[in-house]
Design a protein around this ligand. Sequence first.
Ligand SMILES: Cc1ncc(COP(=O)(O)O)c(C=O)c1O
Ligand SMILES: N[C@@H](CCSC[C@H](N)C(=O)O)C(=O)O
Length: 403
Amino acid sequence: MEKETGYNRATEIVHFPVCQEGNKDPYNASSVPIYQSATFKQTSSSDNSYDYTRSGNPTRSAVQQHLSVIMKAKHVYLVSTGMSALDVILRATVKTGQEVIAGDDLYGGTNRLLTHMAEYSGVKTHHVDTTKAEQVSTKLDVVKTRLVLLESPTNPKCQVADIPQIARLAHECQSTNGTDNSNGVLVVVDNTMMSPYLQNTLELGADIEYHSGTKFLSGHHDLMAGVIATNNDELANKLYFIINSIGCGLSPFDSWLLHRGIKTLSIRVEKQQANAIQIANFLESQLFNGIKFKVNYPGLASHPQYNLHKSMSSGPGAVLSFTTGDVGISERIVENTRLWSISVSFGCVNSLISMPTKMSHASIPAEIRKQRMLDEDLIRLCVGIEHVDDLINDLKQAILNAI
Ligand SMILES: Cc1ncc(COP(=O)(O)O)c(C=O)c1O
Ligand SMILES: N[C@@H](CCSC[C@H](N)C(=O)O)C(=O)O
């Protein structure tokens, strides 16, 4: 349950007891205990506290409560992965015949699930350029549209959507002629690229915010998790119904491990972001044997939505991407790095390099990638907490040896 603590987010992140009043551990454990139990003995057959871990678990609840304070959300649910978070949201809100509007630059796995929904559940998705609110507006259908799904910044091109404006447009799209679109249009934001530390999309007008907790929230590449947050009680009930029905609530151990990661979220993100800003400036300011790279990062003044992003968040984050103009050069850069790991995912303490079209976004068919201008030479960097000079020197040698 959301609670105003009066503290800054960096403090709320590390001080769980601040959020814990009325829910004290009997032994004053400093770390939330792992309730590794499938069942709970009840005091009577009508005792409706914890009974079964699929339905609820004290470790999971404690971490959900902590996140609800950090995310200023009335309800937070932890599920097994970021993809299961989206699956729960779609099952809880969208019916056959209804439509989704989503971006044309978005995580490959999200595109895959939306494509599956169109084929198996009769839920069509319109993919538009979400940097242009008018493109979302054009597809809003008072009868059919149920959900607008945004990433901002997007994975991998770091495009930024005007969340407040799109939320206004979507919420205005109410049935005025007696037709029903089952409670209006919902705005759902995948806020994984920012983490709850840098951006709060519920405050920007979203009805539901979700995260792949596998990324910044965990920070160590040692668990998979999904986080769903909302301030709407009715939506919260629907989300919980699906989580309990299909059984994708996060396990006690992974909830505990996620909590361990969350406590260092602010220092990790601050350091990763400071490194990313320097790396983006380095890549953008240099000519490499006469070649100028095009860098996508909302922390660069050259980013087309630099001011918009600044107005919605407290920082540009630690993921950036760039094109070299040549797939061969890009492949060689990625393979020449020594410190940067060739790996999918992001938000981890160590730095990662990848080629989205061959890795995280390979599930988007090549012809669709082309239509959506997802360049084959795009390199994505997910910056860690190493010394920035080492990261830049490694990139420099990888680039100079590649061209
Ligand atoms: C932006 C974004 N959203 C959601 C997901 C899905 O998260 P998970 O891998 O935890 O299922 C990912 C990556 O996998 C992602 O990059
Ligand atoms: N083989 C996986 C790829 C996961 S990509 C993970 C992450 N979201 C990223 O953007 O790097 C799959 O098919 O999902």
